[in-house]
Design a protein around this ligand. Sequence first.
Ligand SMILES: *Cc1c(COP(=O)(O)O)cnc(C)c1O
Length: 412
Amino acid sequence: MSDQGFTTAIVHSDRRAGIEHGAIHKPLHPSSEYAFNDARELAAVFQGKSGFTYARQGTPTTAALETKVTAMEGGLASVSFATGMAALTAIFFTLLKQGDHLIASQFIFGNTNSLLMTLAGLGVEVTLVDATDVEQVKAAKQANTRMVFVETIANPGTQIADMQNIGRWCNEENLVYVIDNTLTTPWLCQGKKMGASLVMNSLSKYIGGHGHALGGMVTETGLYDWQQYPNIADVYRNGNPTSWGLTQIKKKGLRDMGGTLSSDAAHRIAVGAETLALRMERSCTNAMALARTLSSHPKVARVHYPGLPTHPQHKRSQQFFGNHHGALVAIELAPSIDVFDFLNHLKVFVLATHLGDTRTLVLPVAHTIYHEMGPERRALMGIADGLLRVSVGIEDIADLIGDFAQALEKAG
Ligand SMILES: *Cc1c(COP(=O)(O)O)cnc(C)c1O
């Protein structure tokens, strides 16, 4: 991201483009269609020249956000989507074909797991492995393997994939390597440094950050040479081969599938992104303090947090992310405590399914997001029945610790 620091570059990003009236934000463009005075120019944009035609393929407002996230990730280019799930759908469904094989971490977000099952139903082979160990990933390789997918810190179990080693191996084997960076954001982790070909960020979470806009982003890192990839359509095999993948994702995944980010949401996300570093730092610090306090509480059975020395990938977390370890804490209460009773006593924590908000949110995952999966699949994914997912916000830490303690007290 240029020669400037992370936050300096974001907050000055729009202004540098030289906006009319000295505006500090790019204007919000609600137009569905973009008109041309010259028919040749119109045809040129349809044929690949950069420009805007119909808002299903993006607007100047979504483009401004794409520029910001590309810079944050140190990538080549990005394409935005209506949600993180729309972005993941575009990646999997435009780059994989029937008969291809995908290796994915078994520790992933429940809805992503469900999406992969849909993919499997359409004839893409999917193998789930313990991606905290590169050897398990290697062992799953078949002749038809095309892609490997992991999350940086897994939602909700906080397992950390063996990302760098997997990246090196994918590079040797010519496999497309997709990293879901949602839980860490580019402030903690740049997918490119882990060797990713493509990085997905759900903008609905920390990057937007205020629980008022949904979005998703796919960033091409430039590390993968798409000449080696058989599933790129001939029409997209021109220009720089490191950008063919994103072109296909944009054409087939955005233009054809239509999960487009609105200008309005893009603008709100862009404003939220300006304070990403401040919010993440505060939330990570809060999460560390909460995890530390609860790990010695007699009514708490287990705390899963990469910042704790007891976490199986604590060293890896320090190596990849430094002094901050994300803001998601997974908690198992003592078996004697009625989880629902406990939740009903919380006053500051918000009982809601989301994460990456300024507010601290809590959810019993086995009964909600992972309910549909049943006990066997939950066990494979490391989801205990009483597991609480806590997305730690930016509140004053004493209020969070106090609220948790009083609810534990009342729950018996
Ligand atoms: C929430 C989430 C998604 C999906 O993002 P949406 O914007 O809610 O569709 C994908 N991956 C991870 C790790 C998530 O936490």
